[in-house]
Design a protein around this ligand. Sequence first.
Ligand SMILES: NC(=O)c1ccc[n+]([C@@H]2O[C@H](COP(=O)([O-])OP(=O)(O)OC[C@H]3O[C@@H](n4cnc5c(N)ncnc54)[C@H](O)[C@@H]3O)[C@@H](O)[C@H]2O)c1
Ligand SMILES: [Zn+2]
Length: 405
Amino acid sequence: MARFTLPRDLYHGKGAMEALKTFKGKKAMICVGGGSMKKFGFLDKAIAYLKEAGMEVELFEGIEPDPSVETVMRGAEAMRKFEPDWIVAMGGGSPIDAAQAMCNKDEHPECTFEDMCKVFGIPALRNKAHFCAISSTSGTATEVTAFAVITDYAKGIKYPLADFEITPDVAIVDPDLAETMPKKLVAHTGMDAMTHAIEAYVSTAHCNYTDPLALHAIRMIQSDLVPSYEGDMAKRDAMHDAQCLAGMAFSNALLGIVHSMAHKTGAAFAEYGAHIIHGAANAMYLPKVIAFNAKDPEAKKRYGEIADFMQLGGANDDEKVELLIKHLRGMNDALNIPQCIKHYGADSYPCEQGFVPEDVFLAKLHDIAVNAIADACTGSNPRQPSVEEMEKLLKCCYYDTEVDF
Ligand SMILES: NC(=O)c1ccc[n+]([C@@H]2O[C@H](COP(=O)([O-])OP(=O)(O)OC[C@H]3O[C@@H](n4cnc5c(N)ncnc54)[C@H](O)[C@@H]3O)[C@@H](O)[C@H]2O)c1
Ligand SMILES: [Zn+2]
């Protein structure tokens, strides 16, 4: 038996945020990040709509990008005090993920962070509050997913929490919010979405319900992401839907080792002054992982199907895989994303020597490989790497060398 779970309601299209006016309850807590929602007026709108619905509104502000365990604990405490009927999380993946984890801690204070990290180990929620997610970036699709990514900074590791219990009750996909994204965020979140769709399509857990969502998302992202990056707002709006379709696919089909590697490298070099931003990490690793996974005949066939759907040409599956890799690398170039960690600058742009020194990378390589294999996303990857293979693959991602194993 397999399960396919999505939010009960999804409001989409320009102005969809007005759906908040129809919510029933007495109290709502809005969880937001560092200020972009306030700056562009979306926070005030949300407050006004919820007040129009007759609710008392409290804010939990300042959730940082790549939210920490400590922030989750603070937010849960605030929820315990305020006792909201609705939790409305607005922003990118970071505040929405943090709010999802806060809800869990609020309802089950005995649940430790380690408990939350057990895959499908989250206890029953919705006894206290319902959860609405309003996405402002076009990538993580956390408004529809059963995942939340929280960073343990003491360990320098990102942990994906995974359980259908944390799938939001209501998702609002209003493209107005995506129109204020700076270019770099468009690029990174867009390639995150492309990675979600491709990993979902080749995942061992894919099914008839997830395949069409993944394929349609891939084709939309292929045609819409670069023009959106270049400022075409109609394409920007379309990308907001495309990333959500990709999210519906991967929330049910799961992901693969591109995400395992991104989770375990993201914060690993934080003491050198930067993160490897989630979407950029995926964009760099995806072509390498495709080359690795394509040694598995079934995965190769499915990459070939993706290439066909994208109308990339190619006479056989080997050629199709090559063309798919070439196309994705071309998208990275068009989006000003480096092709490898060595050339990943502290500002995320390509440069000759990036912020991760070679000796530091090599010193941490073994631990990162071990952690990546233990990541929750590895189990559904079509080819299971050994630690040695994972180390080799990560090296290819550092130096941009060919994957021939
Ligand atoms: N839950 C999931 O399924 C899932 C999937 C992939 C990634 N993630 C996680 O999500 C996080 C990344 O989320 P993200 O990429 O959405 O970015 P984010 O939430 O970290 O936001 C990045 C920055 O963009 C700003 N911002 C957000 N929306 C904006 C807008 N519309 N206009 C202007 N500025 C805006 C924010 O204020 C912030 O400074 C990572 O922690 C990643 O690991 C989660
Ligand atoms: Zn992702």
